[in-house]
Ligand binder design. Structure first.
Ligand code: ADP
Ligand code: ADP
Ligand code: MG
Length: 462
């Protein structure tokens, strides 16, 4: 059943992105928003808007009842959840379908299986996909944790099965630390995610974060190659690129093939990402988790494959089969995305909510800026600090880095501080340029270089 009217259950740049894809498909859009987002670009661009509650996300963007009510009121026949908020909430996906509407994403039971990190680990093992050495399923008690960790060796990671966005992870260097941290981690996870379930993984040191984009229609599954997201701060990605500079053709095929096998084993429908750690010293890769939704960094894959992932998600949800075949997909050039956050990188990334006075955004060949800004926009303090994503595409990695430097040099925002200066400094770094990075690389670099990251100034006409 093709979709006629799509409700966008999210905010910020991803809401704008979904609206654009829907409009190009001839689908009308309904933007729900909190009281704090009434003046947002997403609201401005949508056909209709519905206020679903107060600023706090728990009362608006996480308020499933209010969102379903808005969908009924406006006659929407589908709901796109974006990322974060209710995107990986199986009960919400089920409730949308029970209300007779389409959820743009996998079935509720797939989210239940693959969105729960310990359950997904088991699904990976069953599909023959290597996982990080660790516990079989959830830890039953702290004593069990100690026995497993003594066997696999320290340091170990204590992970919340319901965690995400870099939250719900603790590292224990030895058994005593594990004994102290495990009960703390359980109560924290309970408070943060409403689920205290924990599992253990060995820490893979100096590994790269490499993830595979897949698309499924419930029948066929294709992969759209990998993205590398090793430059992270607090286990959150700040720079993402495709393809990974670390993979040869053979490893790429093994990695992407394993992702397709896993997605097929659960009859996957929609867009999804299978995340791995890759140890370039041994050539081994290990599954870490699956994200059953569109990801923040999806544009780099769009740039190198020419596939509109958000449009494809919407088409699949409307019942269409995949419009791309594996044999037709190829990597064209190299793309890099950097996250422009309202944070001061010279001051420990302190959030910097403010008013966007004026700006000049970069353009020209191979430059895309997916954002939520307009002059006079007041950034609300209630949500995450992502303002937009600067994406560059070039013929080679070297070319993409040169474009990134050029684009960041053009970038100006008056009125607030952003993470933009971080990226011109990183683009000049010899190790980043050579591609010799890992997930623990950026934090020590920031210790040495963070304080010197000055904002671009001048160049805007008064
Ligand atoms: P991606 O995996 O697409 O790079 P992130 O990990 O940065 O995405 O998360 C995307 C958004 O979703 C962020 O706003 C993040 O804070 C939020 N998020 C992800 N998982 C959760 C979760 N389990 N609970 C709350 N917020 C989450
Ligand atoms: P989230 O659900 O918060 O995205 P992930 O399990 O995907 O959590 O892990 C987030 C990041 O934490 C990874 O990209 C990586 O940098 C680090 N990490 C996760 N598991 C391990 C591990 N076993 N060893 C080393 N680093 C890890
Ligand atoms: Mg992850």
């Amino acid at each position: 059943m093709p979709i006629n009217k799509l409700l966008i259950a999210n905010r910020g740049e991803i809401a704008v992105r979904i609206n654009r894809a829907a409009r190009e498909l001839g689908i009308r859009t309904v933007q729900v928003h909190s009281a704090a987002d009434a003046d947002s670009l997403a609201v401005e661009l949508a056909d209709e808007a519905v206020d679903i509650g107060p600023p706090a996300a728990a009362k608006s963007y996480l308020n499933a009842g209010a969102i379903l009510e808005a969908a009924r009121e406006t006659g929407a026949d589908a709901v796109h959840p974006g990322y974060g908020f209710l995107a990986e909430n199986a009960e919400f996906a089920d409730a949308v379908e029970t209300a007779g509407m389409i959820f743009v994403g996998p079935r509720g039971d797939t989210i239940r299986r693959m969105g729960d990190k310990a359950a997904a680990r088991q699904a990976a093992q069953e599909a023959g996909v290597p996982t990080v050495p660790g516990s079989d399923g959830l830890l039953t008690d702290p004593g069990a944790a100690r026995a497993i960790a003594d066997k696999i060796g320290y340091p170990v990671m204590i992970k919340a099965t319901a965690g995400g966005g870099g939250r719900g992870i603790r590292i224990a260097q030895n058994g005593d630390e594990l004994d102290t941290l495990a009960p703390q981690a359980a109560s924290e996870a309970n408070a943060a995610f409403g689920d205290g379930g924990l599992y253990l993984e060995k820490v893979i040191e100096r590994a790269r974060h490499i993830e595979v984009q897949i698309l499924g229609d419930g029948n066929e599954v294709v992969h759209l190659f990998e993205r590398e997201c090793s430059l992270q701060r607090r286990r959150q990605k700040v720079w993402e690129e495709a393809p990974s500079p670390a993979l040869d053709a053979e490893t790429r095929e093994a990695l992407c093939g394993s992702a397709v096998r896993l997605a097929k084993s659960v009859g996957y429908r929609g867009a999804g990402t299978i995340e791995y750690l890759y140890d370039d010293k041994t050539g081994e890769f290990y599954f870490i988790e699956m994200n059953t939704r569109i990801q923040v960094e999806h544009p780099v894959t769009e740039e190198i494959t020419g596939v509109d992932l958000v449009a494809e998600m919407i088409r699949i949800a409307g019942g269409a089969p995949l419009s791309v075949r594996q044999a037709d997909l190829a990597i064209k050039g190299h793309a890099i995305e950097v996250r422009i956050n309202a944070e001061d990188p010279a001051n420990n990334f302190m959030p910097f909510p403010g008013v966007v006075a004026d700006f000049r955004f970069p353009g020209g060949p191979g430059v895309r800026f997916d954002h939520m800004l307009y002059p006079g926009y007041q950034i609300p303090p209630f949500y995450d600090s992502l303002l937009g994503k600067l994406i560059v595409h070039g013929e080679s990695r070297e070319h993409a880095i040169a474009r990134l430097q050029r684009a960041v040099s053009e970038f100006r925002i008056d009125g607030l501080k952003t993470t933009a200066p971080l990226f011109s400094a990183l683009a000049e770094d010899a190790e980043v340029r050579s591609g010799a990075v890992h997930t623990g690389w950026l934090e020590p670099w920031l210790e040495d270089n963070g304080a010197g990251l000055a904002q671009n100034e001048g160049g805007l006409a008064a």
